[in-house]
Design a protein around this ligand. Structure first.
Ligand SMILES: *Cc1c(COP(=O)(O)O)cnc(C)c1O
Length: 460
């Protein structure tokens, strides 16, 4: 048996052999990584026995909460029966059939097919290939360009990072974006709306898409892709006028509309999918994260009937992954989605815990001097650290202040994330009202400390 290693030993071995994602290795190895060893509900424990509130549901994914033994039992049973088989060559298996049937049931009308991947990035790459294939089969092969948004996040593969609008990811020596990808500005009223009302600004932001389509030429544009709410970009919630107008523009120019639901999907907003929250109708939507609540890696691309019919007409679609529809991941996802539905977890986010969080979130954070744009829906929420609340002036060196704030939270065993200077939270959907109160009480203490530190360090 593996001997129990000390925290120090684990840190040293981690530093010696493990390259972390999205991490400055040198700086991490000076501090040493925190070792997480256990999870239950909304809580994590580290190797030193500290109990941590996970205000981020892992990476926006552990919707059902940690420690569900029913899910591990499903995994064990499926591994014992059939640990793996592929679905490439005229075979299928019960786990993937059950999951597909269930997903067609929870999806909105018009989505009776799914295509499986192992992650959000793979879902996005699959969608890119699918969109281009759709136009090819339709005899409009020149409709190839996909339009994403600045500050959007669509994963970290070459396709996903290209479509995403994180300039620092494009600049990392990878020659991104790849050809055939364009970007428009994000619908961020607080930062870009000037004197417009949010509703006016929503229409103006949609117009940027129309301008871009006309600039490229509608006969060359394949799809517009956006997260219903930009997650990693800092929980940017578009004004209510935005998505319906985007939909109208996509119809007008015969451009496919794609929602990246990797964060918003499976209950995060209180609806099953984020586009239902904003009242628009995508042709395709990509998912991962909440599909299995992170218990195993799996993603799914939901393909609208119009696109599915065209793919079928085209014969072979030469795309797939060894682990597409992996039986163990599929069985666990199935149990997870059933639990989200049958235990009323998503219903509760919509009618009870979501509204409660949003009300308390605003009460708790609005009173701080350097907090602006306190916002959220369902169980996804954020506020922005601002230099001057009255003028909506942001801090220089975006991200510097956010990290100071995030580190204070982390020291106090509360995990929230800094996306630039946006402080964001998306806890497991099973969080109770009492746990919301506990989390926000701790967060308020952290904010007192943060504002004191800003003053002490002469940053304001
Ligand atoms: C996390 C995320 C992805 C990428 O998912 P991975 O599983 O990390 O590849 C894609 N799109 C959105 C909206 C995401 O939040």
């Amino acid at each position: 048996m593996q001997k129990q290693r000390s925290t120090r030993e684990l840190r040293e071995l981690d530093a010696a052999h493990h390259l972390h994602p999205f991490t400055d290795t040198t700086s991490l190895n000076q501090q040493g990584a925190r070792v997480i060893t256990k999870g239950e509900g909304i809580y994590l424990w580290d190797s030193e026995g500290n109990k941590i509130i996970d205000g981020m549901a892992g990476l926006w994914c552990v919707n059902i909460g940690y420690g569900r033994k029913d899910l591990s039992e499903v995994a064990k049973r499926q591994m014992d029966d059939l640990a793996y088989y592929n679905t490439f060559f005229k075979t299928t298996h019960p786990a993937v059939v059950e999951l597909s049937h269930l997903l067609a049931e929870v999806a909105p009308a018009g989505f009776s097919h799914v295509f499986y991947t192992n992650s959000g990035s793979e879902s996005v790459d699959t969608m890119i290939r699918m969109v281009r294939r759709y136009w090819e089969v339709k005899g409009q092969k020149q409709k190839k360009t996909l339009i994403g948004r600045w500050n959007g996040y669509h994963g970290s593969t070459i396709g996903g990072a290209s479509l995403g609008g994180m300039a620092y990811m494009h600049q990392d020596g990878g020659d991104l974006p790849i050809p055939g990808i364009e970007h428009v500005q994000q619908p961020w009223w607080y930062g870009l709306g000037g004197d417009m009302t949010p509703e006016e600004f929503g229409l103006a932001a949609a117009k940027w898409l129309e301008d871009k389509i006309l600039e490229i030429g509608p006969d060359k544009v394949a799809a517009f892709v956006g997260e219903p709410i930009q997650g990693a970009g800092g929980v940017i919630i578009p004004p209510s006028t935005y998505w319906p107008e985007v939909e109208r523009i996509c119809h007008k120019y015969d451009v496919l509309l794609v929602a990246d639901e990797v964060i918003c999907g499976f209950g995060r907003t209180g609806e099953w999918f984020g586009h239902q929250c904003f009242g628009f109708h995508p042709d395709i939507f990509t998912t991962a994260k909440g599909l299995s609540s992170g218990y195993l890696p799996i993603g799914a691309v939901f393909v609208g009937d119009k696109v599915a019919a065209m793919l079928a007409e085209g014969g072979d679609f030469n795309h797939g992954f060894t682990y597409s529809g992996h039986p163990v991941a599929a069985a666990v996802a199935c149990a997870n989605v059933r639990a989200l539905r049958d235990e009323g977890i998503i219903e509760r986010v919509k009618h009870e815990t979501g509204p409660y969080m949003q009300q308390r979130w605003r009460e708790v954070f609005s009173r701080f001097e350097h907090v602006g744009d306190v916002r959220g829906v369902g169980l996804i929420q954020a506020f922005t650290l601002v230099k001057n609340k009255a003028t909506r002036e942001l801090f220089p060196n975006t991200g510097e202040i956010g990290l100071i704030c995030r580190d204070i939270f982390f020291r106090h065993d509360l995990i929230m994330r800094a996306c630039g200077d946006h402080m964001v939270s998306a806890p497991p959907l099973v969080i109770s009202k009492q746990e919301i109160d506990d989390m926000l009480a701790l967060a308020a203490q952290c904010m007192e400390e943060f504002e004191a530190e800003l003053k002490a360090r002469n940053l304001v």
